[in-house]
Design a protein around this ligand. Structure first.
Ligand code: GLV
Ligand code: MN
Length: 194
């Protein structure tokens, strides 16, 4: 859902200090083959954290060749029982494929309908733009997925981070009323969002 490109490519110059909607292009004379290839998703993410999952992004920030092209991918690794916690992508629809393992995959609509299915290797899913979604490893071993987005930088609003790890924190009164829960539950256990 990003805007259409106005040239063949515009490899991001992430060091350029001029800010615009996207990134400035590095001069074509400095562009090489390496700008159009990215091996970051070959590496297994470290799932040793409270959720037992890790997102490795292949977006414009890690793969500058994607700048202006309206597309990106992630790898997500899951320990047994690991959860990619509920989140939304404000700028993209997500489509994914299970590479390994068995995952419960689902999203919730604006009408609060929950659509979900347990998927295994080779099977695909889609998450319409902006819908709240998660994946949980329900198999015995490790799992991983590759996801793709129609944005060079889909963004992720991670629900637990948004509520419990914002800087500065949301007042406890707001959190306890929102979740109809005791104020002491609002103490943050979460790391800063990725
Ligand atoms: C999975 O939901 C992802 O955002 O990569
Ligand atoms: Mn997602």
């Amino acid at each position: 859902s990003d805007p259409d490109p106005l040239q063949d490519f515009c490899v991001a110059d992430l060091k350029e200090t001029i800010t615009l909607n996207g990134f400035a292009c590095k001069p074509v004379s400095q562009v090489t083959s390496t700008d159009f290839f990215f091996d970051g998703l070959t590496k297994e993410g470290n799932t040793t954290n409270v959720f037992g999952s890790m997102v490795t992004p292949g977006n414009v920030l890690s793969f500058p060749g994607l700048n202006t092209l309206g597309i990106s991918m992630n790898r997500v690794d899951y320990a047994p029982g690991g959860l990619n916690p509920p989140h939304t992508h404000p700028r993209a629809t997500e489509v994914g494929v299970i590479i390994k393992g068995k995952l419960l995959v689902g999203f919730v609509t604006t009408e609060n309908v929950f659509y979900s299915k347990v998927l295994k290797a080779g099977e695909m899913f889609v998450v319409p733009r902006g819908m709240m979604h998660f994946q949980q490893n329900v198999g015995a071993g490790k799992a991983h997925t590759i996801t793709a987005f129609n944005s060079q930088l889909p963004g992720a609003v991670v629900i637990p981070h948004t509520f419990f790890a914002s800087q500065p924190p949301i007042p406890n009164e707001v959190l306890s009323k929102t979740f109809q829960a005791r104020p002491d539950m609002a103490k943050s256990k979460f790391q800063h969002p990725i």
